[in-house]
Each structure stands twice: as C-alpha cells, then as structure tokens.
Design a protein around this ligand. Structure first.
Ligand SMILES: Nc1ncnc2c1ncn2[C@@H]1O[C@H](COP(=O)(O)OS(=O)(=O)O)[C@@H](OP(=O)(O)O)[C@H]1O
Length: 343
C-alpha cells in the first residue's frame, strides 16, 4: 500500500516537472515571472479566443483585456479601471531593433520613463526565435497600456535577423524602428567582454580577430561580423523607408543622454518629457544613471552587466580593426546621412 502510494507521488511529481519544463520551453525564459500568471490566464485566453472567433475578430491590434489578469491586478490598473479606463495589451508601435552592445538597454530604460511609453521588460525575441508562436503570443508579452500610450519592445538581434524586416513589416508597415549604434571596434570588444564573462577559457580577443594566426580579419566571428552595420541595414531598407528608422548614437547616449532622448521623443511623436533633469552622472560607474524610473523612485544605474570594464587590447590590433571597418562605416554614414565620427 505504502509502495503504491509513493509511486503515485513520484509519478505526480514527475508530471509536474515535465509540465514546468514544457512551459519554460514554450514561454521563453523572458516570461518566467509570468508563468504563474499564465496558469491562471489559460482559461481567460481560451475565452478570449472563443470570443474573437465568435465575433470574427481577425485584427491583431488592440484586443481589449476583458477580465482581470495577473498584472492587470496591479493597484494602478485597478484604479484606472475604476475611472472607466480600459488597459489593453497592444503590439509594439516602435521597436529597438539593435545593435547588440550598442546601448539598447540604456535607451529602453531611459525612454520608458516617459508616461506615454510602456515597454516589455525583457527581450521577447519574437521576430527571431518565437515567430512561429504568432502575433497573439507576442501581444500577450506586451505590457498593459492606456489610451494614448505607446508600446516599445527591444531585442537587439532583430537587426541582424534575415527574416525580421519582412516579419516586422507584416505586423505593422508604419512601425518606428530605433537603431542605436556604436563604434564597431568598441562594440566588438564589448561583445567579447560579455562572451568571456560567461566562458573564461575563451581565447584572447587578439587571437580570435584573425584567421588562424594570419593578418586576415575573421569576418565570420560574431563580434566582428555584427559591426558591419551597412550590410544589415541594407536588408531593412528593402522593406522600410529611411524616415521610419532613427539612428541613435551610442556614444552620445553616454555623454549626453538628454540630447539623444530628445531626438527619440520627436521621432516617436511624443512630448519631450524626458530631459537632463532625469539624469545624473555616476562617476564610480562612469555612466549616466537615473534619478528615478517607472519601477524605482530612488537614484539608480543600470545593472552590473552594463558598463563592464573592457580588457586591454593590443593597439596594433585596434588600428587594424579601425582600418578594416572604415569603408563599411563610410557606407553606413552614406546610407543614414549621419557621420557618427568613429575613428
Ligand atoms: N547609462 C548606461 N549605463 C550602462 N551602460 C550603458 C549606458 N549607456 C550606454 N551603455 C552601454 O550599453 C552597453 C550595453 O549595450 P546593450 O544594452 O545594447 O547590450 S545588450 O546587447 O543588450 O547585451 C554597455 O556596454 P559595456 O560598456 O561593454 O558593458 C555600455 O557601454
């Protein structure tokens, strides 16, 4: 009897683990905090699906949230509902598509201070990894918004994903695209610094930059390849006119965040609310930080993984890389109409 009972318990626990693993796989690590909410939402989603089917709703934009969901239970939204306002989840009308290590997190954290901007907290990776899950899945990962608020999402790998431009266009042909770029040489070192922090046994930057000890730049190595911005931009310009893209200077976002934020707010068509008053320079970190944000009302900087110390790189290698990138940078300046002044 006792053996049979413990077998039952083991089977039950096994099923729970399988279910949990399936949910992690299906919902992506980004959504982990929402898993518990998702369980309670399962019934709601089914109801919404039936409701949509019954009413022949095919639009993917602005499907109203009809019942109380986990995050909808925030007092802030309860208050808004009591005022007769209906928070909804909508697909993004602006995307930060790249570039990796360009300062995408800083840009997102800075713009989301704006009361008219709501942002998905972490990278959703819809247009690269989860596209097959459909727009409804994507929308479900967006924050609640009130009338007049815009939704922004950032996933830096969109910029280099071959199918992303076409997919984004299919979702919203008039979407606004933000690209934050940075000197490709520093970007490559930043990328390498992140990689070696996860894999300390990695070879040196100087070795990985070249093909097997030669003087030929290894353009198939991610940190180098990603810095050829013109190559990736070409793909986006097949689907979107240049005026739908805003290029933010990663360097200027560090030295004068307010100037770049002004450009961003103009581009998004929202009032210029985020100004120099929101920032202070933290000399220990060496970066601008926020006096307060949507989540925290005390001064704070971005996390430890942003603004890491870079390893020392042989100056001759740096020069070789600068010479390598120069023609690609010129091409990028020509395409964007902006000279970013990279050495
Ligand atoms: N205010 C502020 N605080 C901290 N860091 C800042 C800031 N503004 C820009 N940056 C630069 O952002 C770099 C990280 O870029 P991303 O956020 O795009 O990285 S990621 O692609 O999301 O991993 C990060 O790169 P590293 O310096 O190599 O860590 C920073 O240089």
């Amino acid at each position: 009897m006792e053996i049979r009972l413990s077998r039952k318990i083991v089977t039950f626990l096994f099923l729970i683990v399988v279910l949990f693993m399936y949910m992690i796989y299906n919902y992506h690590i980004c959504a982990l905090p929402e898993i518990t909410q998702s369980i309670s939402n399962l019934h709601f989603n089914r109801t919404l699906e039936l409701y949509n089917r019954h009413h022949h709703i095919k639009t993917i934009h602005q499907v109203p949230i009809i019942t109380l969901t986990g995050s909808d239970a925030y007092p802030k939204y309860r208050f808004f509902r009591q005022q007769g306002l209906q928070p909804i989840r909508q697909l993004p009308t602006a995307l930060i598509i790249g570039v990796k290590k360009g300062g995408t997190r800083a840009l997102l954290e800075f713009i989301r201070i704006h009361p008219d901007v709501r942002a998905a907290g972490c990278e959703v990776h819809f247009f690269d990894k989860h596209y097959s899950k459909g727009f409804e899945w994507y929308r479900h990962h967006m924050p609640l918004t009130l009338d007049g608020q815009i939704t922004v999402e950032k996933t830096p790998s969109y910029f280099i994903t071959r199918d992303a431009p076409q997919r984004v266009k299919l979702m919203n042909p008039s979407i606004k695209l933000l690209v934050i770029v940075r000197d490709p040489v520093t970007r490559a070192i930043s990328d390498y610094t992140q990689a070696i922090s996860k894999k300390p046994e990695m070879q040196s930057f100087e070795r990985l930059v070249f093909f097997n000890g030669s003087q030929i730049i290894n353009t198939s190595w991610g940190p180098i390849k990603l810095g050829i911005y013109a190559r990736f931009l070409k793909r986006w310009l097949v689907y979107f006119p240049l005026k739908q893209l805003l290029f933010v200077s990663g360097e200027r976002l560090i030295v004068d965040p307010a100037i770049e934020l002004k450009r961003v707010q103009n581009f998004l068509g929202i009032k210029c609310v985020v100004t120099e008053k929101h920032f202070y320079f933290n000399s220990t970190k060496g970066f601008p930080c926020l006096f307060k944000s949507e989540r925290r009302s005390t001064p704070h900087c971005l996390g430890k993984t942003k603004g890491r110390n870079h390893p020392h790189i042989d100056p001759a290698v740096l020069q070789r890389l600068r010479d390598f990138y120069r023609p690609f940078n010129d091409q990028f300046y020509h395409m964007t109409g902006i000279n970013f002044g990279w050495p």
